[in-house]
Design a protein around this ligand. Sequence first.
Ligand code: EPU
Length: 342
Amino acid sequence: MNLPDFVEREANLVARNTLALPAHAALYAKIHSADQLTLLAGKVPSRCFILGDGSNLVLTGDFNGLVLHMAIGGRELAAEDADAWYVRAGAGENWHDFVGWTLAQGWPGLENLSLIPGTVGAAPIQNIGAYGLEVADRFHCLNACDMLTGQTVRLDHSACRFAYRDSVFKQQGWHLDGRLAITDVTFRLPKVWQPLTRYADVAAELEAQGIVTASAQQIAHAIIAIRRRKLPDPAQLANAGSFFQNPVVDAAAADRLLACHPGLPHYPQADGRSKLAAGWLVEQAGWKGRDLGPVGMYEKQALVLVNRGGATGSDVMALMQAVQRDVRAKFGVELKPEPILL
Ligand code: EPU
């Protein structure tokens, strides 16, 4: 099949994933516009992966397919009504820069998601969330290119089927087969703004700074300070953020665990189940600050797996399995990886 000239061969991905894992892609294209996607539609090989900043990705080895590296830029006020601003950004925009830009424009609402790594286009795929807010709470719609037909598809909120770190992209496997390439995302930012400062870390940080009635900018600064303290900067220490999802268990299982482990942090869910703190489970299983070969679980946040230098995908998988095994043995809880394993 004849591929357009902008498709490269044997591209090195080591600098394109924040865990800094070595891997090559047989085919690679940097995408700056939706037109490039239209040119590629119908020609993509059966293995196709859509890459943002590579901040939620484990490259387990070389990728024998096409990597579409999304770099579509642009951000604008798409619409405004009496109740909300509708702000649109290209899939390749850096998430944190985009959040900072909305705040500078005077459109609050995304401040709790400051300093999350990655791109705008990746945000809805795993419904990024932090400090009491998820992208789903501010999402309006997105446009994507169907890579089989070249048609533009619009997905609204209900079509995305958001859940905790989940969406229709993951449910249908589109995040792994490159079927739909998100080109832009529109967020709805309500004009009546409510600060979300109930999360313990945020409340404590604002109190320490002597702030009683926080502005959106002040909340953003507090969250940036918390994240800088707890989470390693991938530019200094390679990592992919939280490596495991917080497991959600039924009420009976939560009660059983709490009877033996009263200190286990748990958050009741609307459906009666309980979300458990995976970081606590990993720490209690003895993995906080412990290494296995060139990888380890971070000393300040046990949920973050770090590459201390020279690791491969196999090293990451070995540590993942060792932590899962020990948490299963001690608590009977199954930890699921949060990043995409490719
Ligand atoms: N904890 C420990 N030991 C640890 C880490 C955490 O005991 O080593 C305990 C904490 O004391 C706390 C609880 O676990 O009681 C929760 O910890 P934290 O507030 O740090 O948040 P998290 O549940 O570990 C989640 C998200 C983060 C997000 C933070 C803040 C997931 C998988 N992770 O982490 O998201 O920034 O909440 O809202 O949901 C990411 O997804 O990459 C990410 C960083």
